[in-house]
Ligand binder design. Structure first.
Ligand code: 8GT
Length: 147
């Protein structure tokens, strides 16, 4: 069978949490070993399960990955990204409160960041978010290190 054109692939919905602390720092986590783009830094989250809302998926994923229970979820932006392996629709949500201690349940790493981000490499689908932060915060210059 012929591969469908990239733009025709049905997107997979992904809930992504942009956790922001009282100092305005945002949380990035590294993708665990064994996943595509292992070691790349991203905002934590994951795919919606059948019938799940973005908010429910985000709550579930952050418990599964980080051991925290999030407070109110504020939908921010939606972005479609085409990768070789998949076409994803990323639902970025801001989260300002949570409870519980952070536990790296998938042996990933976490880092609180300001602009410019110090960790590398940053996942391609994460880069636009850094640009949105730059716009919101009046930050000029590169948002992250060259890979
Ligand atoms: N979590 C997250 N995923 C992102 C971001 N940006 C981005 O392009 N993605 C993509 O969205 C998809 C999320 O899938 P995932 O593999 O993290 O989700 P999951 O935990 O449900 O995976 P699983 O199927 O291995 O259980 C990946 O294709 C990933 O590359 C981001 O900032 N955060």
């Amino acid at each position: 069978m012929t591969e469908p054109l990239r733009a025709e692939r049905t997107p997979v919905d992904v809930a992504v949490g942009v956790l922001i602390d009282p100092d305005g720092r945002f949380l990035l986590t590294s993708r665990p070993e064994g996943k595509v783009y292992a070691g790349y830094w991203e905002f934590p989250g994951g795919k919606l399960e059948a019938g799940e809302t973005v908010e429910a998926a985000l709550r579930r994923e952050l418990i599964e990955e980080l051991g925290i229970t999030i407070g109110p979820v504020q939908p921010w932006r939606v972005e479609i990204v085409d990768y070789e392996h998949a076409r994803v629709r990323l639902h970025f949500c801001k989260v300002f409160s949570w409870s519980g201690e952070f536990e790296m349940r998938e042996h990933q790493q976490m880092a609180w960041n300001q602009l410019p981000v110090q960790v590398r490499p940053v996942l391609p689908g994460t880069v636009p978010v850094l640009a949105w932060f730059a716009e919101e915060r009046g930050f000029a210059g590169p948002t992250h290190p060259e890979t």
